[in-house]
Write a protein that binds this ligand. Structure first.
Ligand SMILES: Nc1ncnc2c1ncn2[C@@H]1O[C@H](COP(=O)(O)OP(=O)(O)OP(=O)(O)O)[C@@H](O)[C@H]1O
Ligand SMILES: [Mg+2]
Length: 247
């Protein structure tokens, strides 16, 4: 079982899009997948076709210790989802010690999957710490349109601290270049700079800019359900093959 947090403290870089579509590609490749939505914005839940406002039982109640995970589990054509709800933002105020381990402890017996993918919020707060305490791997989506290194180093430093204090097993498996456009010189600069500073981390497959990837969430569909012939589908499938190889 590979447990992977999809994380970047910067917002809007393609974390949710990547989580949902890598999960879908893995499923197409015959892997048994569970997605955990650990963001109070609940966009992965929404992207997979569920209205977060109608979710009464979410991962929040599992973290709080009120429900076992299998009571909130949604079976979506064999892809499983532990959905989020807005209450998740209250986790930091729960009067429970060692809150970093709530997810790990609650999911201790969840072992039926080949892959668990966790969509993290755009911060290094308590929810991301929960994802990192439980995961073995991190995938970092990086929007290649901006020079992003300041933010990226915060994340890589945070991973080192997590490794020392919470979870020795964790490592960054790879960086996913998102919203790529070959026509923009800045895209190539960011890629070059990333390869210089963090050699070997960037996946070869770039996720190109693609309107279909933007449209799919409002239909509650993955890119493979919404437009299987799109370049978004092509890119996420190729990327997923690389992820399978980087075991
Ligand atoms: N390759 C792409 N091409 C075009 N649009 C994209 C692409 N990837 C993501 N987007 C769009 O960019 C926006 C941000 O993407 P997404 O929600 O996946 O980012 P995020 O990192 O999860 O954001 P947040 O930090 O708010 O959780 C969304 O509107 C999404 O549809
Ligand atoms: Mg998101």
């Amino acid at each position: 079982m590979r447990i992977i947090a999809i994380s970047n403290n910067k917002g809007g870089v393609g974390k949710t899009t990547s989580t949902v579509n890598i999960a879908a590609a893995l499923q197409i490749k015959g892997q048994k997948v569970c997605v955990i939505d650990l963001d109070h914005q609940a966009q992965a839940t929404y992207h997979l076709g569920y209205n977060p406002k109608q979710i009464k039982k979410s991962i929040f109640h599992v973290l709080k210790g009120e429900l076992p995970y299998d009571e909130i589990l949604i079976d979506r054509n064999d892809m499983h989802l532990l959905p989020a709800s807005q209450e998740l933002k209250d986790v930091e105020f729960l009067p429970i010690p060692a809150k970093e381990f709530l997810l790990r402890d609650a999911l201790e017996e969840m072992n039926l999957y080949d892959f668990i993918l966790i969509d993290c919020p755009p911060s290094l707060g308590i929810l991301t710490m929960n994802a990192m305490a439980y995961s073995m791997e991190i995938l970092v989506p990086l929007q290649v349109q901006f020079l992003p290194f300041h933010g990226m180093y915060n994340l890589f430093e945070a991973v080192q601290v997590v490794k020392r204090r919470l979870n020795k097993k964790i490592d960054v498996t790879g960086i996913i270049g998102t919203m790529y456009n070959a026509k923009r010189a800045i895209n190539r600069e960011v890629i070059e700079e990333t390869e210089n500073r963090l050699p070997g981390k960037l996946f070869e497959t770039m996720i190109r800019e693609n309107v279909a990837l933007q449209e799919a969430p409002s239909w509650g569909k993955t890119i493979f359900e919404y437009k299987p012939g799109s370049i978004g589908a092509e890119d996420y499938m190729k990327l997923t093959e690389e992820i399978l190889e980087r075991d």
